[in-house]
Design a protein around this ligand. Sequence first.
Ligand SMILES: O=P(O)(O)OC[C@H]1O[C@](O)(CO)[C@@H](O)[C@@H]1O
Length: 325
Amino acid sequence: MDFEKVKAIVSDIKSKQPNIDRVLFVGCGASMADLYPGYYFISHESTKLLSAIYTANEFNYDTPKGVGENTIVITASLGGTTPESVAATKKARELGTHVVTLSMAEDSPIIKETKYKVVHGFHENYAAKTEKMTYCLALAVEIVQEFEGYEFYDEALDAFKGMPDLIENAVKSVGPMAKEFGEKYRNEKTIYVLSSGASLGVAYSTASFLFMEMQWIAAPTVHTGEYFHGPFELTEKDAPYLLFMNDGKTRHLDARALTFLQRFDAQITNIDAKDYGLNEVASENVIDYFNPMIHTGVMRVFAEELAKARKHPLTKRRYMWKLTY
Ligand SMILES: O=P(O)(O)OC[C@H]1O[C@](O)(CO)[C@@H](O)[C@@H]1O
């Protein structure tokens, strides 16, 4: 990741508008989910900036009041062509906001509509698959630092530096566990996906895209804090769950759900950030925000093994790319 680019963008925005009062995150599908850690960071670390996350067409059709010259809008689209996200980027620009767009595709329609572009990797390796969310988090960190100061800025920079190697090392070790997951879950019709904190977006992304879109397996997303407020009634022996356990402040919530699941002998796969040494690269002051990257990198291997075991490639679709909708 090119942090200098992030700094240059935020500094340019500040030179044009020192009174930014809100930061909005807009995208569709997995790209919206990748914006979640940035949104989560600002909503927890800023004392001044309002922050919200929208699926693109909600931004387009029910544009929040107050969006204008004091707003930064961060949009994202991996391929750069999703019509709702392209329209949102255009709308954000026309409303006079400072639009930053993350995409893998340099000359895509979304990049043509934006003011500030960030072109990221994806295919190179597993760490690259987390580049979009990492850039988004980096933008959020830099925005808070520039506009009000962030006490743990240097610790966050250290964590950014350590993440790519941590992810690449983690994925090298997970093969057998991922294979076991594929074999155990291959015939499941439903998989419940749980997490909390900054990784709630990873749970949503795994459930909605890796499982529902790419494997046609029903997959409710459950916040571990919310699990006890309804969803736990479905817990029973061998019911299939996948937990993304965080290292950080919300670990207590995840551990409480895990204990209950174990009590009733549910079938649980726990992708625990602690097992991959996240705390070796991220200090306790910033660790919460880096869970999504390690969870995403590791989950990709699990999804690939599930796809293999089910003989259902991750690229298979019934409607997407085939129908007009
Ligand atoms: O990130 P992009 O290119 O805008 O693509 C969004 C599309 O990709 C997915 O996130 C994953 O296939 C879909 O959910 C969504 O429709």
